[in-house]
Ligand binder design. Structure first.
Ligand SMILES: [Zn+2]
Length: 262
């Protein structure tokens, strides 16, 4: 009884959110034009993506920093790319945070690290986005606004800041940013780790050798960054990703329950 009532209540709230945050057709078309990897999806996928976008926009709060205005166009550009990875998994993966902080341009963050001799070095890092456990998530519009350049080199590494940061959110759902998202059991976790470690080592060797790759060389930083940049390539250039990194492609296809290259 309670379950039936609760389900009816959830459905009513969803219907309400879908009505209030219905996406106007011209805005939806603009978003598909801006991100061709979305436009390539099937009609059924796009209908579900559009539905998830309305629910995402109903449940997240955007804050513009330094006078940056988060227009409907900007919010939808974030929502559409963020919802793609959870198309089959559901929005509950993003329940851990509400706020999305947006800057017009890249942010300079002051960082420190301690070297092997215990000496602390200060340096500046330019950030296009940042995900923290428990949120908020930070994104910069200048890193994600560009319409695709058809003349762009074929062998250029994929860069997609929204998918990158939301991949970190998915990875951190179990409290750890380690390149291993929450999985069904410890056996699945061990299998994942074995594949990820092997593929990451292989990737690092290729980056060290100066070989071009579809996956952003930044992935050589750590297994968790490798996971995030691999997820970017998986969704933005699935066919090329499957050809270049078939093992990683399959790992991600099984996890996300999607086969975007098909
Ligand atoms: Zn990252």
């Amino acid at each position: 009884m309670w379950t039936a009532l609760s389900r009816a209540w959830t459905q009513r709230r969803e219907a309400q959110a879908l009505r209030r945050h219905a996406i106007p057709e011209p805005l939806w078309q603009l978003t598909l034009l801006r991100y061709p990897f979305l436009a390539e999806r099937s009609e059924a996928d796009l209908a579900e993506l559009r539905r998830l976008c309305s629910l995402f926009l109903a449940s997240k709060e955007f804050h513009g920093v330094g006078g940056f205005e988060v227009s409907d166009e900007v919010a939808l550009a974030v929502a559409a790319q963020a919802c793609l990875p959870v198309l089959r998994l559901g929005l509950s993966w993003y329940e851990g945070f509400v706020g999305i902080v947006m800057h017009a341009d890249e942010v300079v963050a002051q960082r420190e690290f301690m070297d092997e001799d215990g000496v602390v070095h200060a340096f500046e890092e330019e950030l296009a986005g940042e995900a923290m456990e428990g949120g908020p998530l930070m994104l910069t519009w200048s890193a994600m606004e560009g319409l695709p350049d058809p003349a762009a080199a074929q062998d250029q590494a994929i860069f997609n800041v929204v998918i990158h940061e939301f991949a970190h959110v998915i990875d951190m759902r179990d409290g750890w940013a380690d390149g291993v998202p929450p999985l069904a059991n410890s056996q699945a976790r061990e299998q994942w780790l074995a594949v990820l470690e092997g593929q990451w080592q292989r990737f690092c060797e290729r980056v060290d050798a100066g070989e071009p790759s579809l996956i952003d060389p930044y992935g050589a930083e750590s297994p968790e960054e490798f996971f995030a940049v691999a997820v970017e390539a998986f969704f933005v250039a699935p066919k090329a990703m499957r050809a270049e990194e078939p093992v990683m492609y399959q790992l991600l296809a099984d996890f996300f329950k999607q086969d975007p290259a098909a």
